[in-house]
Design a protein around this ligand. Structure first.
Ligand SMILES: Nc1ncnc2c1ncn2[C@@H]1O[C@H](COP(=O)(O)OP(=O)(O)OP(=O)(O)O)[C@@H](O)[C@H]1O
Ligand SMILES: [Mg+2]
Length: 279
């Protein structure tokens, strides 16, 4: 178990509970003894080195990878022990923004966002139209782009359309894999505001993989650090920087990390290397 798993509410409702998970690909062990619990309304940032297993961990939470051992519970259900129909019902309660955008290249922007709603087969056409345009607008894409193909979009626009699609079914839970990578600072800031609004208005729970320290400090209720195949620290952003671990020191204590930390609205003390809690 990692140190410092401070909960924020008195009686939190657990949305995701990963217990003693291991993930293997052949002989390659990606996760071992990995545990993580995420409460409703939290924005948890998952950080770790390249190849440390962040995307695979999200895929475990989505039921797209099978654990070698251990369990993954989402909305109280062990997602590896439920039938396909039940898993599909859970999938309708969450949205996912994949690291590479992952739009359907043969569908227009509009159709990409409308597609999850059409799959439900119950919503009237007009409602789907309005909802898709609204989700695009929320993600900062005007209706003039609705009929474009993904190949006609910039990387940042693809991200935003993918975000609109992830929001299509008004999810309770949102998974984001590097949502601001490739966005310019303005687009990153509007992304931060949007996620904050969604959290405040819809009590959305967010799990976000990010290397972007500004976004991380601006949004996270807790930061989970994946290193050495498990979560080595799981804390408030201002606390996580105090842990002594080579990855944490490189990731947070560099110039960029200091700058983002300085910008924290109500930061307590400066991170001090010498007084860090040991793991
Ligand atoms: N389907 C797969 N088959 C075999 N190995 C895989 C598979 N998917 C992921 N891996 C391996 O699992 C490890 C973790 O990959 P993952 O994509 O989760 O890293 P990451 O932390 O997301 O890295 P990045 O920051 O570069 O996106 C890597 O060694 C990767 O090669
Ligand atoms: Mg990844």
């Amino acid at each position: 178990m990692s140190a410092c798993t401070d909960d924020h509410t008195d009686n939190p409702q657990t949305i995701i509970e990963i217990d003693n998970l291991s993930t293997r690909f052949g002989d390659v062990v990606v996760h071992e003894h990995l545990s993580l619990k995420i409460n409703q309304g939290e924005i948890v940032s998952l950080v770790g080195g390249s190849g440390s297993g962040k995307t695979v961990l999200l895929r475990q939470m989505l039921g797209l990878n099978q654990p070698a051992s251990g369990s993954v519970r989402v909305f109280g259900e062990d997602i590896n022990r439920i039938d396909a129909e039940h898993l599909q019902q859970l999938r309708n309660r969450w949205g996912m923004l994949f690291q590479q955008g992952a739009l359907f290249s043969a569908l227009t922007v509009f159709d990409n966002v409308a597609q999850p709603m059409r799959e439900l087969r119950v919503l009237p056409k007009q409602l789907i139209r309005d909802a898709a345009l609204l989700k695009l607008q929320m993600a900062g894409i005007g209706p003039e782009h609705a009929l474009k193909m993904p190949s006609d979009l910039s990387g940042g626009m693809i991200k935003r359309v993918a975000l609109a699609r992830a929001l299509a079914l008004e999810p309770e839970l949102l998974f984001l894999d590097e949502p601001t990578a490739g966005l310019d600072p303005n687009a990153s800031e509007s992304f931060v505001s949007l996620i904050r609004e969604l959290r405040d208005e819809m009590h959305l729970t967010v799990v976000m993989v990010t290397h972007d320290l500004d976004t991380l400090f601006a949004l996270s209720s807790r930061v989970a650090v994946l290193a050495d195949k498990h979560i080595i620290a799981y804390c408030r952003p201002d606390k996580v920087v105090e842990f002594k671990h080579p990855f944490i020191e490189t990731f947070f204590r560099g110039e960029r990390g200091q700058r983002a930390f300085e910008a924290l609205p109500d930061k307590p003390d400066q991170p001090k290397g010498g007084e860090s809690q040991s793991l």
